[in-house]
Design a protein around this ligand. Structure first.
Ligand SMILES: Cc1ncc(COP(=O)(O)O)c(C=O)c1O
Length: 403
C-alpha cells in the first residue's frame, strides 16, 4: 500500500510538521476527499428525502441510497442488499436486535467479559425489564477467547450469543466460525459486534452464516453517524422495529400497523442520506486498497510499536503481547501513571493523539482491578515515522514522569 499516496487523499494532512499524529482510529477514522465529496454531493445536488416523494430529486436520493446499500452488501459478503439496515451507529444496530427479539424471562443470552458497553448494557436492561438471564465467558489472563469455556457454557437453553468479533480493549478476535457453528448446533442465534473487525479484515457474513452483524461506518473512513446492521432476511419478521414510524410502514389503521419488508421496516424516520452516500464511497475507497493490504499495513505498524516498547520495564502491554493477535490495537500502561495523563502528555508534547481510560469496556477493567489503559490504534494513513515519534515520546514520558 502506498501510504504517501493515501495521505494525499486526506485533507486533514497538509504535509506540514504540524500534521496530527492520529492514533485514535479505533474510535473514529479520518475521511478521504472521496468520502467528503460524496457526502457533500447530497447537499449540493439532490438534498431531498428518499423513499417517499415521487419527484426527481427524491428519486435521485433513493437511487444513491440503494447504490450505497448494494456496495456495503457486496463489501461484507451479504447475499442481498435487503439484509443491510442503516442505523445511526453500531450501538443502535446492537440495540435494535437486543430490544427487537421479544426475549422473555428464562431466555439466556451469552456474551463475554470483554464486550463494549454497547453490547453489554442492552442485555442488562433486558434482564431488568424482561427478566432474561445473562451469562458471560470469562477471558483468561492471556487475553485470548476461551473456546473451551464457551463450549461448556453453550448449553441447550442459551437462546442468543452476542460477542465482539474483535474487541476494542485488547484487539483480540474470537474464532467466529467455530462459535457460530457451536451456537447453531444448539439452535441459538448469533450476533457479532464487528465495529473493530470490519475496518481491518475481509468479512464474509454469508460464509460465516452469522445471523446478525453490526458495525459503524465512522470507524472505516465513513461519515459520522452511520451504522449498519446486517441480518438474515428470514429473521427480519422475528424482530420488532426499535424506531417505528414514517417510511417503515406499509399501512396503519387507528389500531393496527403493517410494516414494510426489511430493510425499510427498521429505518423509521428520515435518514442520514449524506452519511449513507458517503458510506458507499468509503467502501469504494477500502476496496480500491484491498482489505488484505489494509490488514497487513496495520499489523506492520503494530509490530513496530510493540517491538519498540515490549522490553521496557515501565511499560505493560495489555495481553496478548503478540501483535499478530491484536490487529491494529496497541493497549498499554506506564508504571505509576494514569492513562489519561499519558494521553494528555503525548498530545501536548508531540501532537500525538491516542485514547485513554476504560474504552467503554468497564467490566473488563473493573474485574481485573486495572484503572484503564492507554490505547494507540492504527489505520491506513499512519506511517512508520509516526510510530517512531510515538515511541520516542513514550520513552521521554517514562524518563521524565514514570515512578
Ligand atoms: C467493539 C465496539 N463495539 C461497539 C462500539 C460502539 O460503536 P458506536 O459508538 O459507533 O456505536 C465500539 C466503539 O468504539 C466498539 O469498539
Amino acid at each position: 500500500m502506498d501510504v504517501e499516496r493515501v495521505r494525499r487523499d486526506f485533507p486533514v494532512f497538509t504535509g506540514s510538521a504540524d500534521d496530527p499524529v492520529y492514533l485514535d482510529n479505533a474510535c473514529q477514522t479520518f475521511r478521504p476527499r472521496q468520502v467528503i465529496e460524496a457526502s457533500d454531493e447530497y447537499y449540493l445536488k439532490y438534498p431531498a428525502c428518499a423513499g417517499r416523494s415521487v419527484h426527481r430529486l427524491a428519486t435521485e436520493v433513493s437511487v444513491k441510497v440503494d447504490e450505497a446499500r448494494e456496495k456495503i452488501s457486496r463489501f461484507i459478503g451479504s447475499r442481498s442488499p435487503n439484509c443491510i439496515v442503516f442505523t445511526k451507529n453500531c450501538t443502535e444496530a446492537l440495540n435494535l436486535v437486543a430490544k427487537g427479539l421479544s426475549l422473555r424471562r428464562g431466555d439466556i443470552v451469552l456474551t463475554t467479559d470483554m464486550e463494549h458497553n454497547s453490547n453489554h448494557v442492552p442485555w442488562i436492561q433486558l434482564a431488568r425489564t424482561k427478566g432474561i438471564t445473562r451469562k458471560s465467558v470469562e477471558t483468561p489472563a492471556d487475553g485470548i477467547f476461551d473456546l473451551e469455556s464457551f463450549k461448556r457454557m453453550m448449553t441447550r437453553d442459551v437462546s442468543m450469543v452476542s460477542l465482539a468479533h474483535t474487541n476494542n480493549a485488547t484487539g483480540t478476535t474470537v474464532p467466529a466460525r467455530e462459535v457460530i457453528e457451536i451456537a447453531h448446533d444448539s439452535r441459538a442465534l448469533v450476533m457479532l459486534d464487528g465495529a473493530q473487525y470490519v475496518p481491518h479484515m475481509k468479512i464474509d457474513v454469508d460464509a460465516l452464516d452469522v445471523d446478525f452483524y453490526a458495525f459503524s461506518m465512522h470507524k472505516m473512513l465513513g461519515p459520522s453517524g452511520v451504522g449498519v446492521l446486517y441480518m438474515k432476511e428470514e429473521l427480519a419478521g422475528n424482530l420488532e422495529p426499535l424506531i417505528a414510524g414514517g417510511g417503515a410502514i406499509s399501512t396503519a389503521t387507528f389500531d393496527e400497523v403493517e410494516y414494510l419488508p426489511v430493510p425499510e421496516r427498521f429505518e423509521g424516520g428520515l435518514m442520514n442520506y449524506s452519511g449513507i452516500v458517503g458510506s458507499g464511497a468509503a467502501v469504494d475507497y477500502l476496496e480500491s486498497l484491498g482489505m488484505e493490504g489494509v490488514a497487513e499495513h496495520n499489523a506492520a505498524l503494530n509490530s513496530l510499536v510493540t517491538g519498540g516498547l515490549m522490553d521496557i520495564d515501565e511499560v505493560s502491554v495489555l495481553e496478548p503481547v503478540d501483535h499478530r493477535l491484536r490487529g491494529g490495537i496497541f493497549s498499554f500502561n506506564i508504571r505509576g501513571m494514569s492513562s489519561h495523563d499519558v494521553a494528555m502528555i503525548l498530545d501536548q508534547m508531540g501532537g500525538i493523539m491516542i485514547r485513554s481510560g476504560m474504552h467503554c469496556t468497564h467490566p473488563f477493567f473493573l474485574r481485573r482491578g486495572i484503572d484503564g489503559c492507554a490505547r494507540a490504534s492504527f489505520y491506513i494513513y499512519n506511517t512508520p515515522e509516526e510510530c517512531e515519534r510515538f515511541l520516542d515520546a513514550v520513552k521521554r514520558i517514562i524518563h521524565d514522569f514514570s515512578m
